[in-house]
Design a protein around this ligand. Structure first.
Ligand SMILES: CC(C)(COP(=O)(O)OP(=O)(O)OC[C@H]1O[C@@H](n2cnc3c(N)ncnc32)[C@H](O)[C@@H]1OP(=O)(O)O)[C@@H](O)C(=O)NCCC(=O)NCCS
Length: 293
């Protein structure tokens, strides 16, 4: 597999609550990316449903960039063992699993595309959430003000009004992704208040504060919003207690999966080319695990 690291550009670095990278979609061709090496089977199926070459390229570039970051950070050792899975509203979550032990972890992640760039981030903490956005400066922000601005929005040294509008919009879009609603939450209900250069306090519709950051890359605003440290560090919610029937059914399913895995490991060949070890036998376990979160 090629070395992706040199072409990934770390952005808003040094933050304990999220890690973010920027990549150019053109990197796919330059690095001759083979989707089979980077995608888990369920992701390959999702990619097959996407319409249009441009959409497929930016979708794939985002996954490759995110997994490249996870590889560089040592979170996974093979890209297909990190799965970007969406909830019903379209919000992505990262499922990281260890094929050897069958253990899973779900982490917050976020994706954005604009022009030639893709921006991705994940939250290293178990309960952390993150939302990111990359937004090109556009004069349309002047005319859209009513659709996103709140009287309480404040920037310390606002650039020109197009730049200020682009920043505020982008920070609110990042927050809406962290919440998981997207624009449906109503941007005017969100408040953005800059507390130091490039650092903001972001309030969601319930008035809960989150931490926002931004940077400029030429004409692009790059923003991220993460949970405040105390929320991310909060004690994990104990798993829901399963009924006896659920426990029995689960035990049976896991027993069957283990039997199948053992049988497959005895087979000398037959795994699909490029698939990481244990990937196929763990899909159902993956679904089981994710349904607990
Ligand atoms: C989420 C949303 C703000 C993204 O805005 P955008 O400018 O189109 O696109 P971006 O490139 O910045 O972000 C796209 C990424 O957002 C993520 N996303 C989609 N829905 C999301 C949600 N509800 N919460 C968090 N993230 C979401 C996806 O990962 C997507 O990338 P992918 O398709 O490669 O997986 C917007 O699509 C939205 O509000 N969607 C939900 C409601 C909706 O569909 N409304 C229709 C218009 S009102």
């Amino acid at each position: 597999m090629f070395d992706l690291q040199p072409s990934l550009r770390a952005v808003m670095s040094g933050d304990p609550d999220f890690r973010a990278v920027l990549w150019e979609v053109g990197g796919l061709e330059k690095s001759a990316v083979d989707p089979a090496q980077w995608l888990a089977p369920e992701e390959a199926i999702e990619m097959g449903t996407l319409r249009g070459e441009k959409r497929r390229r930016e979708w794939l570039a985002a996954r490759v960039a995110l997994k490249g970051l996870l590889l560089a950070d040592g979170v996974v050792s093979a890209p297909a063992t990190a799965i970007v899975r969406k909830d019903v509203a379209g919000a992505p979550r990262l499922v990281v699993y260890e094929p050897d032990t069958g253990r899973y972890e779900v982490r917050g992640c976020s994706i954005s595309h604009s022009g030639v760039y893709v921006l991705c981030a994940y939250a290293p903490g178990r309960r952390g959430r993150v939302g990111v956005d990359i937004e090109r400066r556009t004069w349309r922000m002047l005319y859209l003000r009513r659709k996103y601005a709140n009287r309480a929005d404040k920037l310390i040294a606002p650039p020109d009004s197009i730049g200020a509008g682009t920043l505020v919009w982008s920070l609110k879009e990042s927050l809406s992704k962290l919440i998981g609603t997207g624009m449906g939450c109503g941007f005017p209900k969100l408040v953005c208040s800059e507390t130091g250069p490039g650092r903001c306090e972001m309030f969601d519709p319930d008035g809960v504060a989150h931490r926002g950051r931004y940077e400029w890359l030429d004409r692009y605003a790059i923003t991220a919003v993460a949970d405040p440290p105390e929320a991310a560090a909060a004690a994990p919610v104990p798993p829901r207690k399963r009924s006896l029937l659920e426990r029995l059914a689960r035990k049976r399913r896991l027993k069957r999966l283990r039997r199948e895995r053992a049988a497959r490991e005895d087979e000398p060949a037959g795994a699909p080319e490029g698939a990481p070890a244990g990937e196929w036998c763990n899909r159902e376990e993956s679904n089981l695990h994710a349904s607990r979160h």
